[in-house]
Write a protein that binds this ligand. Sequence first.
Ligand code: PBG
Length: 347
Amino acid sequence: MIEERPFTPQAATHAPTFPTLRPRRLRRTPALRRMVRETTLSPADFIFPLFVTHGHGVRREIPSMPGQYQLSVDQLPAEAETVARLGIPAVILFGIPRVKDAIGSENFAEDGIVQQAVRALKAAVPELVVITDVCMCEYTDHGHCGIVREAPGGAFEIDNDATLEILGRVAVSHAEAGADIVAPSGMMDGMVAAIRQALDAAGHHQVAILSYAAKYASAFYGPFRDAAQSPPQFGDRRSHQMDPANAREALREVALDVAEGADMVMVKPALAYLDIIRAVRERFDLPVAAYNVSGEYAMVKAAARNGWIDGRGVTLELLTAIKRAGADLILTYFAKEVAQWLQSNES
Ligand code: PBG
């Protein structure tokens, strides 16, 4: 039985075991805490994802991602100005094509949706860094990240090397529209080398590659697939995206992409993979980006809407953790909101 004893000051007179070591000294005031803070968030850390769609005057909220929109090209100049005014240096574009086909032709069409979007953004705010996602899944009728062919036994498989040729064409087309950085996300073997070669052959030496180097086959991408209308129509992505159980394999993936000429590497998703971010940070010297993905965003928004968590507190804590783990850059749907908080010093 637990004896109930009233608290008295006398009962609290014991000193710590090492009385000269008192970490609380440096937590005593807000100024002291600020002085010893090891990690700080800045709008300069963020890359804001944008979903671009055909049409005019379209600003369609994505139900599973409150506060995020599919935008038509005419909406982009205002969006670019807002992002730049908040001190966010970059956006990453995802296109929703008018027609989907087996090879995702609109992805490398001169007047494709992403090409139009890049030109509109660059015309509005030339210094804004424009990144394009280079993958096939949003553009193909089957929703897969590569060329699909029949495999022995009637199954299907993704033809890695045939896909590389298309990815090269896509990257060159995005570069021609004015993209600063292309970001291959399809987890095809050799994609970075193929894209570098294609870009250089077309004279785009200055266009950088941000490789989705360690991208996992994650259930956290659900809301994105609604937003980009890109779920696989059959099968899944486990033959190219990584098994969430593997960490050492992520380092092999990153090493390959670095060897193939990646300028920056990404770990995706972020929150369930902080150990991977840390390991990549320790092993490689390139800038490391982490993708705080759609499902991670949706969870916070849903819980906050229910009043179950303090949305702002949780958001800042999560983004700080991603940076503390070693990310230099964070792709996040929270970018604008958090930049606003940081600007008004509400954090
Ligand atoms: C592929 C791509 C995906 C995401 C970014 N690029 C989807 C996928 O791999 O299935 C997911 C991003 C997110 O969930 O926020 N083009």
